[in-house]
Design a protein around this ligand. Structure first.
Ligand SMILES: Cc1cc2nc3c(=O)[nH]c(=O)nc-3n(C[C@H](O)[C@H](O)[C@H](O)COP(=O)(O)OP(=O)(O)OC[C@H]3O[C@@H](n4cnc5c(N)ncnc54)[C@H](O)[C@@H]3O)c2cc1C
Length: 369
């Protein structure tokens, strides 16, 4: 098979990049190892205001707007509630959102091969392992949209994510309650070492999750989620059902990688480390970086040589993440309940509330290249 671009991975980054390239008239093959896009989802699906403003996401896949965030110290007492005057977040129903994105890709002309794994590179061919056995593809460029532990990054000798959190959550339907849609965040290092435990209750679904550094969970990620789930705040009168959807995966928080392109291709989304080091939000970054990726690939394909890919420079983008990388280092240092409680003393001051509001409700997004 011969194509202009082989895109590996049909998460949001791969789907968006593939669609934009096909809309420019290029021949695109998108391969995804999962047999369906509705299984093994790896995200809560919280979209921030800037993303909702700038990208046309299917409205029927979005939950009610969330304006309220409650931050909890260890022990869950004396929490800090912050309420924005604007709609700040919506949690997407990710399974239909991926299906809608795949439909848009197919409509634009992308060929999508599910159940097809990128298995490596040999000479000038890319190797795929699919339902019908192995296939060789010749592509002018390859796009690694294959997540935090990208095989494409390795094969192209590009930078790879080294600084990762791991996260897991349970998702279930809930009855409409009295509480306004709320995002609850718990700073408790034994449940979420170096990050947060969360409950999102938007009045339709509950997402109950924890994330942190894999080697710092006292008795493992799964047990931390069980413990948190047993006492999670923000779900008054809601019983956890027997059957819940489970999600999880690695989250790169080391900032955008420096070398994310070469003459043969480039990386997008988690593969490129395009995740906010502080909030661990990657949905806005993956959409924005995909736009740049599609633009430079379009230029390179039209010009007939890879020169344009040198404009796809992770080091330049990374420089804009200095502040967030510093705050990540701060959050990583919250190792004991005493330090978390001290952080809350600061958070309760007007300065602390203003700083938290700026992080949670600010206008920042992944920097426009
Ligand atoms: C538990 C959790 C909760 C999160 N919640 C949020 C949130 O609420 N908001 C937010 O902004 N961010 C969140 N994030 C981060 C965000 O989900 C990711 O940054 C974003 O989804 C990355 O998209 P992606 O397309 O780059 O990668 P992915 O969605 O991981 O897609 C990569 C795809 O590549 C496929 N693949 C991998 N290897 C191969 C191969 N060899 N061959 C073929 N296919 C392959 C995988 O199956 C996968 O479908 C969360 C992350 C986690 C782990």
């Amino acid at each position: 098979m011969i194509v202009d671009v082989l895109v590996v991975g049909a998460g949001l980054a791969g789907l968006h990049t593939a669609t934009l390239l096909a809309q420019h008239g290029h021949d695109v093959l998108l391969v995804e190892r999962r047999p369906t896009l509705t299984g093994a989802i790896r995200t809560t699906g919280i979209f921030v205001r800037r993303t909702l403003d700038d990208f046309a996401l299917p409205a029927e896949c979005l939950g009610p707007p969330i304006r309220r965030v409650v931050l909890y110290p260890p022990g869950l007492r004396r929490q800090v509630a912050l309420v924005s005057a604007r709609d700040e977040y919506r949690v997407a129903d990710m399974a239909p959102l991926y299906v809608a994105a795949a439909r848009a890709a197919a409509d634009a002309g992308v060929r999508i091969a599910l159940g097809t794994r990128y298995a490596g590179r040999r000479a000038d061919c890319f190797l795929l392992a699919g339902r019908d056995g192995p296939t060789k593809v010749r592509a002018r460029f390859v796009v690694g949209a294959d997540g935090a532990r990208s095989r494409v990054a390795r094969d192209l000798a590009l930078d790879r994510n080294r600084h990762l959190l791991v996260g897991a959550e349970e998702v279930f339907r809930i009855p409409v309650g009295e509480e306004p849609p709320t995002f609850h965040c718990v700073l408790e290092p034994s449940l979420a070492p170096g990050y947060l435990a969360w409950v999102v209750n938007d009045g339709r679904h509950a997402h109950v999750g924890v994330a942190g550094y894999a080697d710092r969970f006292p008795d493992g990620l799964r047990r931390a989620l069980e413990r948190f789930s047993a006492s999670a705040p923000g779900l008054p009168g809601v019983d956890r059902p027997e059957q819940v959807e489970r999600r999880g995966g690695p989250i790169p928080v080391g900032g955008v990688l420096r070398r994310i392109s070469c003459a043969d291709g480039l990386l997008v989304g988690d593969a490129a480390g395009a995740v906010s080091p502080l909030t661990a939000g990657g949905l806005d970054p993956c959409l924005r970086l995909s736009e740049l990726a599609a633009a430079v690939l379009d230029e390179a394909l039209r010009a007939g040589h890879p020169e344009a890919l040198t404009h796809y420079d992770g080091a330049a983008l990374r420089a804009r993440f200095r502040g967030r990388l510093m705050l990540r280092r701060g959050l990583a240092q919250v190792r004991t309940p005493a330090v978390a409680a001290a952080a809350f003393t600061l958070l309760r001051t007007p300065f602390g509330r203003a700083a938290a509001s700026r992080v949670l409700f600010g206008d920042g997004s992944f920097p426009s290249p």
